[in-house]
Design a protein around this ligand. Structure first.
Ligand SMILES: CC(C)(COP(=O)(O)OP(=O)(O)OC[C@H]1O[C@@H](n2cnc3c(N)ncnc32)[C@H](O)[C@@H]1OP(=O)(O)O)[C@@H](O)C(=O)NCCC(=O)NCCS
Length: 178
């Protein structure tokens, strides 16, 4: 039961999506075309919704969750991930907004209300505090994160390449599973 309903809402899955059978995807989650979800990912769209953009990959053991609406926070904190994003192994993405062409290094934690603009590299093991804004074009490292330096041209290209690599890899997995 990789895809599960919650409150009669079933995850919506686009075309050519690969979801490993050990992943658990629950409730109000919209997954765009060509996304890949790798082993042991847990994504729970129960008290708010989750959106995952086209060609994004969510790697092994990552956890995606959200925060409910409250008096102080009318919308709560949904989790919105853009296009061509690489979410490395064992990341925790909670109620945050990620733009396009981002690499979230393995083991990183991103908390409620944080906003990551397009074209950002987040180092392995980083912690992004609540409501922090990470600016486009920079490398962020550490716990809590600091803006370390501008990304090189090569790193900027790698952000898109990483998503492409994973799109190709998931196509191989899809072929082998038919
Ligand atoms: C950040 C990263 C890209 C290193 O890049 P780099 O070219 O070696 O970085 P730099 O040499 O410019 O290092 C910048 C500084 O950040 C530090 N640094 C590098 N990686 C760091 C990390 N993960 N956490 C904390 N500090 C880190 C370096 O020690 C250096 O510190 P200094 O300026 O005090 O010497 C790499 O360490 C990383 O985290 N990659 C993520 C890979 C990943 O998780 N991919 C997803 C799964 S496929």
């Amino acid at each position: 039961m990789t895809l599960r309903d919650y409150n009669n809402i079933r995850p919506k899955v686009g075309k050519a999506v690969y979801i490993d059978e050990s992943a658990v995807i629950i409730g109000d989650i919209t997954i765009a075309d060509n996304v890949s979800i790798w082993p042991l990912v847990a994504a729970r769209g129960d008290v708010n919704y989750i959106k995952i953009g086209a060609r994004t990959n969510v790697q092994d053991g990552s956890v995606l969750h959200v925060t409910r609406h409250s008096e102080n926070q009318a919308q709560g904190f949904p989790l919105i991930i853009g296009d061509d994003v690489t979410v490395g192994h064992k990341c925790m993405l909670h109620g945050c907004r990620l733009g396009n062409r981002i690499l979230v290094g393995m083991g990183a934690i991103i908390l409620d209300g944080a906003v990551v603009q397009d074209d950002v590299f987040i180092a392995a093991g980083a912690l992004v505090p609540p409501n922090k804004v990470l600016e486009s074009g920079f490398l962020y490292v550490g716990n809590p994160v600091v803006k370390k330096r501008l990304l090189s041209e090569a790193e900027m290209s790698f952000l898109k390449q990483s998503a492409k690599n994973y799109t190709e890899l998931k196509d191989e997995y899809l072929e082998q599973s038919t």
